[in-house]
Each structure stands twice: as C-alpha cells, then as structure tokens.
Design a protein around this ligand. Sequence first.
Ligand code: SAH
Ligand code: MG
Length: 216
Amino acid sequence: MSRLAEVNPYQAYLRDLFHSDDADLSRLQAEAEAEGLPKISIGPEQGKFLQLLVQLTGTRKALEIGVLGGYSGAWIARALPEGGKLIGLELEQKHSDFACMQWKRMGLADRIEVRVGPALDSLPGLAGEAPFDLIFIDADKGNYPAYLDYAVRYSRPGTVILGDNVHMGGSVVDPERQDSEWVQGMRSFARMLSKDERLMSTVVPYSDGLAMAVVK
Ligand code: SAH
Ligand code: MG
C-alpha cells in the first residue's frame, strides 16, 4: 500500500537510527517492485520489532501466514538461533519462488521453508510441527479468525501471536466499509483476540496496526 510507504519526518528520523533496511533488504524490496509484487510488506519498524520479539521469546520455531517477497520472513529468520526454523505459508507460487531466491542470496535458505497453496489447506498438516514459539498472520484478512484458531491450537504458554493490518488503512472503523468481508474478518479477529481468556493482547500502532498477543 503506497499510503503506508509515506514516511513522516519523525518516522524517518527513527528509521535512520533504529530501523533502516540494510543492503540485502533494500535490494529485496527493489527487486520485488521490479517484479511487480504488490507493495504491501510490513515496514522496517515492524521488522525490527518482530526481530526483537524473536529474541525476547527465544523463538526457535516460527510460523508466518502470508510470505509475499520474503521481507518480513527475512527479519524473523535473521533473529532465529542456530537450528531455528521458520515455516511460511503462501498462496502464490511466484511469491514463494521470489522469496526463496532472496533468502538463498541472504544465506537464510536453510532455516526457512514455504508451503505453497491456500494457508487453510496447509495448516491442518502442520500439527506435527507445533507448538510454534511465534506466529505471524499477514495474509487474506477474511480468514484471520480461522488463522487465529489454528494459531492458538498450535501454541504453548508464552507463544506470541501477531496479526498485521488491524487498521486496514482506516477501513476497519469506516462506517462505509463495514460490509466488506475483509473488514468483518479483521473485526472478528480483533474481537476474538481481545475476548479470548487464553490470550493477553494489544495492538501496536506500527504502520497499519500490528496486533500482538501472548498465550497465557
Ligand atoms: N508478510 C509479508 C507480506 C504478506 S502480503 C511481508 O510483510 O513481507 C500477503 C500475502 O498473503 C500475499 O503474498 C498473498 O499472496 C498471500 N495470501 C493471500 N491469500 C492467501 C491464502 N489464502 N493463503 C496463503 N497466503 C495467502
Ligand atoms: Mg500486512
């Protein structure tokens, strides 16, 4: 979303200090754009935040739903310890191929694997990989409630569950947009996160709104 790419001076100042992409991540983003991949990845602030969470929680096994060009996956994978693993679920073969090519170039290929297809088809087959230590949901918003059900099922106490784009560029609170399947999916997801007694949750206002929960 180009709207999200707009950076205000304070954000630019913080990016300079804390969140700038290094050469590999910049190249990934430039090549993704050249390939015509949509510009809807997380921002570097969120990437750094995911990295901090991976370290804080001692994550060894992570799950990402919605890989795109591998930008968020690269941030997560870089923070994994030796022997750590990220499993990505991605609908589009083209996105997966691009991401895997980038990760290979970055020396991350040995710790990431992607399962291509609708995430709801891949998720039942991941039971043997559970529990995950960190789960990042960032795919089609209408299915967020179903992804959250799986995330909780595939968790343990202390697992961190994240969901991107709670704000949806303002749609989530736009009275004119409430009929949209994606808005309804996001609102159900946010309600589930806030009410589920097994979770302690908030939304971090980075970029388009990053929901975050810890399993009690
Ligand atoms: N996490 C990425 C951005 C993901 S964009 C980053 O920040 O770098 C959303 C991705 O979800 C797209 O690549 C899209 O192809 C994928 N997607 C959409 N519907 C999906 C589905 N049903 N199952 C799996 N992936 C899906
Ligand atoms: Mg997103």
